[in-house]
Design a protein around this ligand. Structure first.
Ligand SMILES: [Mg+2]
Ligand SMILES: [Zn+2]
Length: 229
């Protein structure tokens, strides 16, 4: 199992709510919803959408931190990370959300050491905020802030865990997907190898069976399987 990397979405997958939406609905000037509607209609990509929306945030660092500190995560996620590490499968966060928010929320759960690839949330020192997207990829049709499929291509074998639109492109590249919510329907329709999960306790239980799920069987087990057949 040493060649597997687990890439894990954050908003809606680890965090129970969408962190960016929580900040925007609390602190952004009202135009943020019209921008959201243009993204929902497919007129703009998520990168353009979030760059414009984050610039509308009017909040101090303390105000932002207070909202972040109240956002819950899946209580089974820290145990899942520990189990994945025990099995030699490193976990990385790949998110089209905000790096600062993810880092702060994970730190609260003792997970400061998880690598994070996400958009950068930059504070101007007073009440202004900006977005930068160091992991965008102009070649990706998704026009997202973080191109998760380019990140997945940099790894040997990828287990993707996600829930929504920002995970559609990468799921077609991953070797296997644990899917929540909207991503389940997408994987089903696109014929992507996956298992549906409700939360990380399901993901934890499935981890052991990953070699069977992807059709890998240990050579010494092969005769036994033939015998049983
Ligand atoms: Mg998500
Ligand atoms: Zn992509």
């Amino acid at each position: 199992m040493h060649d597997w990397t687990i890439l894990c979405d954050f908003d809606g997958t680890i965090a129970l709510d969408d962190v960016t939406d929580a900040l925007l609905s609390r602190f952004a000037l009202p135009e943020w919803e019209a921008i959201e509607a243009r993204w929902r209609d497919g007129a703009i990509g998520s990168r353009e959408c979030m760059t414009a929306q984050v610039a509308l945030i009017d909040a101090s660092l303390d105000e932002v931190d207070a909202v972040l500190d109240a956002l819950p995560i899946d209580p089974a996620f820290p145990g899942f990370v520990a189990e994945a590490r025990r099995q030699g499968m490193p976990v990385q966060i790949v998110s089209d959300g905000l790096d600062y928010a993810i880092r702060r929320i994970l730190a609260r759960h003792g997970l400061s050491d998880l690598p994070i690839r996400a958009n950068r949330l930059l504070h101007d020192g007073t009440r202004g905020w900006q977005l930068a997207s160091p992991h965008a990829d102009a070649a990706c049709g998704e026009a997202s802030g973080t191109c998760k499929c380019a990140i997945a291509r940099g790894h040997d074998r990828v287990l993707m865990i996600g829930d929504g639109l920002s995970d559609f492109c990468v799921s077609g590249v991953a070797d296997f997907v644990f899917a929540k919510k909207k991503l389940i329907t997408h994987c089903r329709r696109a014929g992507i190898p996956h298992r549906p999960i409700v939360d990380f306790s399901d993901a934890c239980a499935l981890l052991d069976t990953l070699p069977e799920l992807v059709g890998d069987t240990l050579p010494e087990l092969f005769p036994l399987r033939v015998h049983l057949a």
